[in-house]
Design a protein around this ligand. Sequence first.
Ligand code: IFM
Length: 446
Amino acid sequence: MSEKQFPPGFIWGTATAAYQIEGAGSADGRTPCIWDEFAAIPGKVYEAHNGDVACDHYYRYKEDIKLIAELGFKAYRFSIAWPRIFPEKGKLNPKGIEFYSNLIKELKKYNIVPSVTIYHWDLPLWVHEEGGWTNRQTVEYFKQFAAVLFEHFGEEIPMWITHNEPWCASFLSYGLGVHAPGHTDWQEATAAAHHILLSHGEAVRMYREKGYKHQIGITLNLTYQDPATDSEDDRMAAWRSDGFTNRWFMDPVFKGRYPEDTMEMFKKHNVSFEFIHEGDLELISIPCDFLGINYYTRNIVRNNPEDLFLGGASVRGPGSHTDMDWEVYPEGLYDLLTRLKDEYTDLPIYITENGAAYADQVVNGVVNDEERIEYFRLHLNAVGKFIEEGGKAAGYFCWSFMDNYEWAFGYSKRFGITYVDYETQERIPKQSAYWLRYVMTKNAIS
Ligand code: IFM
């Protein structure tokens, strides 16, 4: 592997999300979100862990930002908790605005570029009670939320991400039932996906209309779909899986249409697409300033006629696996980036998340997470190769700045480059954090 130099101005960042780190579940007027309710249903989340305390970041943000700065990051991606800003329908909470305003001030003190994700899955319970993302009215509520954020922070935030991983917020949440609200209904799931994408389009349009000059985009989670063999059957199975995972989101955002083959598949499962109104797809495909992608692993797919949904089955890959049992497969990142460039967009692409969970241990005050370093090294190499070949990768945000609430896995999975002792809330930067600091200083990996 040769040395890879990153372009001047390449953005090095680290990322988190509100529900995963903030805690302070009922402080300063915050009301519950769907994850508070979901976590309380027995069997849904590992040991019923919830975000009540999390990493206590709400009270420790100054110390956390200082550490982000010491570790050499130039950008920090975080999300804003909707139920802090609108704890009730139509009721704006000044305390919520104050918290994020202080957070942004603190970042500025260290010259760290703030990157804001508007929605990272903490849907207020009051919105859910009206149908959540299955209800078109939620697009209006999202617009109100986004409008308030633009009004207060529009000039100060150089990089806005409307949504994090619509696939998870819709299919995983309303179709597969793994994430809150835990429903298993494909009519709901496809409607939720559509309304999330529509709300993205509405937010971008509003941002433009109000004349803000910074960047706005969306973050999609993409998983490389690899046929188990070269057979036509396996290749078709991987293509179906690609439609379900990737194209269902890339196509409307960049091509203004849903993939026909995946629509047909959903129709066989009695999904009716009446929720798509005239003009929706034009709005969904409104031009953005960048695309964010989150990449973790690949999915190897073989044809399986017994699977009545996608007609496929996943095959365990031969590579090493992380603590999530996800295969380490950096080639998938390179392939996806290249595909995006060749087939979808020439916009700058940010890797807004990439990282790995391992069962880290503190030994004599040190967390020697060599496997995570190797994971970062391989994936950064893939990004570097894409850039060398003329690709527009504009930045890389490692996931995550610190260990946190890994959704249905509770606190059992550690993705952080900073170890969190949940008993004491002590933060210990892992060796991967120092390794990344070195890479960022050189703006290169070797
Ligand atoms: O922790 C999550 C994050 O919230 C969204 N992207 C994937 C991460 C790891 O599963």
